[in-house]
Write a new protein. Structure first.
Length: 146
């Protein structure tokens, strides 16, 4: 009987049961919102304080014509801390490079056909004397062909 009373007094939901209500994860609670709003009303946010401090340290580090390494390192640390709030993270990019050796026969044939088609659309260059020069259109068209 003692065990039944202990089980019924336990709080929380059983392990594995999905959360069904309450504050969403990552949403600021009332106290956090109040602090942020108060800082905004005063006209300065924690990020602005960090940025101003970083700029001041950086200018002092270069003030005498010689760099003060300790101050520069402090400025760099603050910059590193602020960067996540200012600059978006870069996502990984996968580059696919095709060469003649990696292309299938069908793809290679299609690419060659496209290249020959572009060549067929170029104006013909007639035999020229030394005085003659190709027109700008011909030069531009030749530059377009990869």
């Amino acid at each position: 009987m003692e065990q039944i009373k202990q089980i019924s007094r336990s709080r929380g939901r059983p392990k594995g049961l999905v959360k069904t209500g309450g504050r969403k994860k990552g949403v600021a609670n009332k106290r956090t919102r109040e602090v942020v709003e108060a800082a905004e009303r005063q006209g300065i946010t924690p990020l602005e304080v960090q940025l101003r401090t970083m700029r001041e340290l950086w200018s002092r580090a270069h003030a005498n014509g010689e760099m003060d390494i300790a101050l520069a390192e402090k400025a760099c640390q603050i910059a590193r801390d602020c960067a996540v709030y200012i600059h978006p993270k870069l996502s990984a990019v996968t580059a696919t490079i095709e060469t003649v050796h990696t292309m299938s026969g069908e793809v290679l044939a299609l690419r060659l056909a496209q290249a020959f088609d572009r060549l067929d659309r170029l104006p013909l260059i007639e035999a020229m004397d030394d005085d003659d020069a190709p027109t700008e259109e011909v030069v531009d068209a030749v530059d377009v062909v990869p």
